[in-house]
Write a new protein. Structure first.
Length: 228
């Protein structure tokens, strides 16, 4: 038979165990309530974002946070630039109709049938030979490729989105093709090449081609390859 001392020890142990268990359960409960479930809707400035299953099927309003047309077409130009194999500068372009239909896209690279491995990508030649660089008319610029890739659709009266302001040679082709508006993201200014872009501005202005700098409404547009 257990002594009175043993009974007291057993009672104290049971009480201590119950207190410890209650403390652990309370800790886990508080921690669980503080952890945000994955894909939980976040409310920022009164707007719900990251809704896991979209909005309610009974909600008649359109989705918020979609990108503007300008950002959409410029993003396509930037995505096209990622196809360029130029190690120094990647440029993309997107030709769009006045109705918002994409007519052609392009990036800077060598002409069709000209191997990427048989012509130089260098900006400068160690021997001072221009034929050892990409500049002696080897590379077709993104703007020209976008215009040429229109599947025989006319570029007349259309808009051209480019990641970089076109040089004077590209400006001539833009004018001759009938493009009515150029939307660019950045203007190149390197060393003594400024005159090339001053001439481009002048040509486009005289020809009546509208030119404007893209003003993004989003800082970035992440793309995830996952099931929508």
């Amino acid at each position: 038979m257990a002594s009175g001392r043993d009974l007291v020890i057993a009672s104290l142990s049971a009480a201590a165990g119950a207190v410890a268990t209650a403390a652990v359960l309370r800790f886990l409960s508080c921690r669980a309530s503080s952890v945000r479930p994955q894909n939980l809707s976040l409310i920022t400035n009164g707007n719900a974002t990251n809704r896991p299953h979209g909005q309610s099927p009974f909600d008649p309003t359109k989705r918020e946070g979609y990108i503007s047309w300008d950002d959409y077409f410029m993003a396509i130009a930037f995505l096209s630039a990622e196809r360029s194999k130029d190690p120094n500068r990647q440029v993309g372009a997107c030709l769009v109709s006045q109705e918002g239909i994409i007519l052609g896209i392009g990036y800077n690279g060598f002409p069709r049938g000209c191997s990427d491995d048989k012509l130089p990508w260098a900006k400068k030649s160690a021997n001072g030979d221009p034929l050892e660089t990409k500049y002696p008319s080897y590379v077709v610029h993104a703007e020209v490729n976008a215009i040429l890739n229109t599947n025989h659709a006319s570029a007349a009266g259309q808009k051209l989105y480019v990641t970089m302001f076109p040089c004077n040679e590209c400006a001539k082709i833009i004018i001759q093709s009938g493009v009515s508006e150029v939307i660019y993201f950045v203007e190149k200014r390197i060393d003594n090449s400024d005159h090339v872009y001053v001439a481009s501005h002048k040509l486009l202005s005289i020809a009546g081609v509208k030119v404007r700098k893209h003003q993004p409404q989003m800082a970035q547009i992440p793309i995830k390859f996952q099931e929508p």
